[in-house]
Ligand binder design. Structure first.
Ligand SMILES: NC(=O)c1ccc[n+]([C@@H]2O[C@H](COP(=O)([O-])OP(=O)(O)OC[C@H]3O[C@@H](n4cnc5c(N)ncnc54)[C@H](O)[C@@H]3O)[C@@H](O)[C@H]2O)c1
Length: 391
């Protein structure tokens, strides 16, 4: 484990949970004191303040990168050099250029590069993705994802040099990959329109943004991200299909509501702002946030020599979309997504499929009125005339 901070502990909690067979053997932290504390808390036999010592430890088969964004590239380089499989937290890079370097390094070294995008592994997400793939909501038309909270917990997030940006790179990476999964990872993201602003915090980066990502088949992905939201962490997804709809609420409103006067103050859930009043705890955060399924997929893909559901390539595509979002926020125009390495379909166009009523008409709408009358709205395929037909 490289890093001993917030996400390293979430990962360790997940790896230590439920009698898992995967074992944490070593941790790196800048500070020997924190490395030792982490090792003690999770029962690790080894800890060090030397990153290479941990990566090169012969007991280590797989390295997990849980460091600030500016340190991902160097850590991947160390893993490639040592020939150790590497799982990197999100965002993969601060830019598409950095992510591409990491992708090339793991591919050249012949090691597995897993992208730790936990929100694409939540039980709710996995089940809804299966429904989408089974055609239960028809053609996906729009996939929206929102992550907003009151702002990150460590200083480096607020420093653009270390983080690579604000809410877009920090939270948008989750939302973009969620939409990409629903829309289809083989469909090329083509262009991005993004609004971004610094509304509350005295920082150089954006603390609030909304973006539209247009895909080659004409489908729209939407992200809404903020470090200004008050009231906890709001994680919601919405998918609109030609035959159905999915609404997902991953945090805050999960069906667990509790009231407390504040006595016996305790941790409630990630970024919960209060421990009194009406609260929205989360039963098993590491499971409900996707960490359990994520690590299972990662380790099984290493054993089975297959790609994980979320790979370095996915991290690279996400970074390229984010780059376009930053360009758009500046130019105020739609900006092209520059993907030098596109591995998906190239034969996709913005096709329109209209439902036929019969050979002569399209069916626009079928309606039942409050008095029980039924009617159809039809369009003549040749003349374009729209007409009503009572049933
Ligand atoms: N849901 C998620 O997947 C999720 C959630 C939170 C954070 N993250 C990601 O995890 C990574 C770490 O974030 P965090 O929340 O754990 O932050 P954190 O500040 O709690 O921990 C960061 C770790 O990096 C170390 N670090 C920072 N600067 C360093 C330096 N110059 N040299 C050596 N070590 C240094 C810190 O000591 C600490 O161990 C980031 O890339 C972040 O985007 C992912």
């Amino acid at each position: 484990m490289l890093g001993s901070g917030f996400i390293a502990r979430f990962y360790a909690d997940s790896l230590a949970a439920q009698r898992r067979k995967d074992v944490l053997v070593s941790v790196y932290s800048r500070s020997m004191e924190r490395a030792e504390k982490f090792a003690k808390d999770y029962g690790l036999p080894h800890f060090s303040n030397s990153l290479t010592e941990v990566v090169e430890n012969p007991d280590v088969d797989v390295v997990v990168i849980a460091l600030s964004n500016d340190l991902h590239l160097g850590a991947v380089e160390a893993c490639a050099k040592a020939g150790k499989h590497v799982l990197c937290t999100k965002p993969l890079g601060r830019t598409g250029e950095e992510a591409k370097k990491m992708l090339e390094m793991v591919e050249k070294a012949g090691i597995m590069g897993g992208y730790l995008e936990d929100l694409c592994y939540t039980p709710k997400f996995l089940k809804s993705l299966n429904s989408v793939k089974a055609g239960s909501i028809g053609r996906v038309l729009w996939a929206k994802s929102r992550e907003t909270h009151p702002g990150p917990h460590s200083d480096w997030f607020w420093n653009m040099e270390q983080s690579g940006g604000g809410a877009i790179v920090d939270l948008g990476c989750h939302c973009i990959e969620i939409s990409r999964n629903f829309i289809g990872k083989d469909i090329k993201p083509v262009e991005v329109m993004c609004w971004a602003a610094t509304q509350v915090h005295p920082i150089a980066a954006e603390d609030h943004a909304i973006g539209l990502v247009k895909y080659a088949n004409g489908v729209i992905g939407q992200f809404e991200v903020s470090w200004c939201f008050r009231g906890g962490m709001d994680l919601r997804d919405e998918v609109m299909g030609s035959e159905g709809t999915i609404w997902l609420n991953n945090f805050l409103r999960t069906g667990f509501e509790m009231f407390s006067t504040g006595k016996g103050t305790n941790y409630v859930a990630e970024k919960a702002e209060s421990s009194s009043g009406w609260l929205f705890p989360v039963g098993d955060e590491v499971h409900e946030l996707g960490y359990s399924h994520m690590f299972t997929d990662m380790f099984e893909s290493i054993e089975q020599k297959r790609e994980p559901l979320e790979s370095f390539y996915d991290g690279y595509v996400v970074n390229c979309i984010i780059d376009a979002a930053y360009r758009s926020a500046k130019s105020r125009n739609w900006e092209h997504v520059q993907l030098d390495d596109w591995r998906g379909r190239t034969d996709v166009t913005e096709g329109h499929e209209f439902a036929s009523y019969d050979d002569q008409f399209y069916l626009i709408k079928e309606e039942i009125l409050p008095n029980g009358e039924k009617k159809l709205i039809l369009k003549d395929k040749k003349t374009g005339a729209v007409e009503r037909r009572d049933l």
